[in-house]
Design a protein around this ligand. Structure first.
Ligand code: KIV
Ligand code: ZN
Length: 390
């Protein structure tokens, strides 16, 4: 059975850049966009052109630069937004306008002080207007996670008829459970007329730590685009993390889903985005955190030294990390110490190792982590015959 392609829609430069204090200038955005294109991202959401002259310029420059990916600009269901986005995208080889409106009762009542029928009319008008500028129009039903499925299906049907090519079903508040979000996609697949004329897209926020799980549940139930960001950055607790969804599909061939992403660029891209945004990656972040391939407890270290796969499901080289690391702490065992000592030039016999290990534990109880320079000092201050060292 072949694999179905899931399109990767990267919104690092739009939803990701909404993180307070993470503003990027156009030059920095161009470097990131170029890397995303090289990595095989299908769609780059370059910004929200009407939001500021700076954002307009960034979208325009990215549209000129990007060779392969579709370049997308966000709008509200407002004529002026759509005109400005079309203008910013005019040099794109593959332009897409991403327009939409809130569809949950909460958005309809409180934000728009409107009613369901009026919202459908505004959604249809926005899609039709966007279609006068570009062929590829994505529609987002903001707060779809909390939108009643029957009404959501009516909205989707109306915008497909108006020409939408992609239907974005955002869990804007990160509220849904994976089963609930997956069921929503399945419901739309089964109940929206002409659903096969459009691609269903997952756009999940991480308020309950479920963004990745929800996106995968969406894809299992028929979505063929996932909207995500590098390092999972984004509003509040962030968006679905690109590196996580890509590697979940790679590590689970049983899902029969895959992307175009060159995973070997994941680690370096994570580092690039983190540095440019001044936003550190948590050390225990899946796939790209500094501890993602680090082993520190004695039992795990012994297992990994004997066979990497004992405690690692991903080959670090597959995501661009040169090798797993064996971190020396007071929890480490003899196998780890012998391994690291060998790496810095000491081939210890069993008797020598016992002595050095005793000395090592004294150091390790005083220090959080033992580095290579410490290993030299530990070996040299252990009561062993230095001339007999290999
Ligand atoms: O989270 C959301 O609903 C969004 C839309 C604007 C697509 O970011
Ligand atoms: Zn969002």
């Amino acid at each position: 059975m072949g694999k179905d392609k899931v399109h990767i829609f990267d919104t690092t430069l739009r939803d990701g850049e909404q993180v307070p204090g993470c503003k990027l200038d156009t030059e920095q955005k161009l470097v990131i966009a170029s890397r995303l294109d090289e990595m095989g991202v299908d769609v780059i959401e370059a910004g929200f052109p009407i939001s500021s002259p700076g954002d307009f310029k960034s979208v325009e420059e990215i549209a000129k630069l990007v060779e392969n990916a579709t370049v997308c600009g966000l709008t509200r269901s407002v004529k002026k937004d759509i005109e400005v986005a079309a203008q910013a995208l005019k040099f794109a080889k593959r332009p897409r306008i991403h327009t939409g409106i809130g569809t949950s009762d909460s958005h309809i009542t409180h934000k728009f002080k409107s009613n369901r029928e009026d919202i459908i009319e505004r959604a249809v008008a926005a899609v039709k207007y966007a279609k006068t500028f570009v062929e590829d129009v994505e529609f987002y039903a903001e707060d779809a996670g909390r939108t009643d499925n029957e009404y959501l299906a009516r909205v989707c049907e109306a915008v497909i008829k108006a020409g939408a090519t992609v239907l974005n079903i955002p869990d804007t508040t990160g509220y849904c459970l994976p089963d609930e979000y997956g069921t929503k996609m399945k419901y739309l697949k089964e109940n929206v007329k002409d659903i096969d004329k459009a691609i269903l897209s997952c756009h999940c926020h991480n308020d309950l730590g479920l963004a990745t799980a929800n996106s995968i549940a969406g894809a299992i139930n028929g979505a063929r685009q996932i909207e995500c960001t590098i390092n999972g950055i984004g509003e509040r607790a962030g968006n679905t993390s690109l590196e996580e969804v890509v590697m979940i599909m790679r590590q689970h061939p049983d899902l029969h889903l895959d992307t175009n992403i060159n995973s070997k660029l994941l680690y370096d891209t994570s580092l690039m985005v983190s540095q440019k945004m001044g936003m550190p990656v948590q050390p225990n972040k899946a796939i790209v955190g500094t501890n993602a391939f680090a082993h520190s407890s004695g039992i795990h270290q012994d297992g990994v030294i004997k066979n990497r796969e004992t405690y690692e499901i991903i080959d670090p080289a597959d995501v661009g990390v040169s090798q797993s690391s064996i971190v020396l702490t007071a929890r480490s065992g003899r196998a780890a110490l012998a391994y690291r000592a060998k790496n810095v030039g000491y081939e210890l016999t069993k008797v020598q190792l016992d002595k050095v290990y005793e000395n090592f534990l004294k150091y390790a109880d005083r220090k959080k982590e033992i580095v290579d320079a410490d290993i030299h000092e530990i070996v040299e201050t252990s009561a062993i015959d230095m001339t007999s060292l290999a």
